[in-house]
Design a protein around this ligand. Structure first.
Ligand code: C2G
Length: 159
């Protein structure tokens, strides 16, 4: 347990944090408000592969981004589903928290610390951002232009 976290109310969470967005930030800030030392486990690329999650931003960069978020005190690697109990003990965690899409999934950790599930931020997700980047992809725009040309030619014939 890091000396700094020993004297504080420690809060812990985990996530992929791909294409970091305001939904992630809102959750981290809400979690920090529950204590005074926030530790965030960031899923490694290998662990994400196990979750069947394809990430855009590599682990090293996702870890650096999360560590640089003002309300985050320590960012660590999340390498397995089973490390949570060890991390709770190692860092003297008082509160484990996740977004509500995980409601009930980590209730087994209540034997070690308080477990909370906080409301998600609606209207934004890493998945929707990935879809948006695809639409903005130049190749995709060329396809759309060609399709538009074909449709215009058909409409001209109908007039
Ligand atoms: N989140 C949120 N609002 C959003 C999107 C995400 O509150 N619009 C929350 C999620 O509920 C989660 C955290 O932000 O608590 C991180 O989300 P992801 O990066 O999608 O993490 P996930 O892939 O769910 O991995 O062991 C737990 C896993 O590592 C969680």
């Amino acid at each position: 347990m890091s000396p700094e976290s020993q004297r504080k109310k420690v809060v812990l969470t985990y996530g992929t944090f791909d294409l970091f967005h305001v939904g992630h930030l809102n959750l981290l800030e809400r979690l920090k408000a529950l204590g005074d030392y926030l530790i965030v486990g960031v899923s490694t690329d290998e662990f994400n592969a196990g979750k069947g999650k394809q990430t855009i931003i590599p682990f090293v960069d996702r870890l650096k981004i999360v560590q640089s978020v003002k309300c985050v005190d320590l960012a660590i690697a999340e390498e397995s589903w089973t490390q949570k109990a060890d991390d709770i003990r190692r860092y003297g965690v008082s509160v484990f928290g996740m977004g509500a899409d995980w409601e009930g999934k980590f209730d087994d950790l209540r034997q070690y610390c308080e477990v909370v599930y906080l409301p998600r931020t609606e209207g934004i997700s890493s998945t929707s951002l990935k879809q948006l980047t695809r639409v903005l992809d130049k190749g995709h725009i060329e396809d759309l232009k060609q399709a538009l040309g074909i449709i215009s030619a058909i409409v001209d014939k109908l007039e």
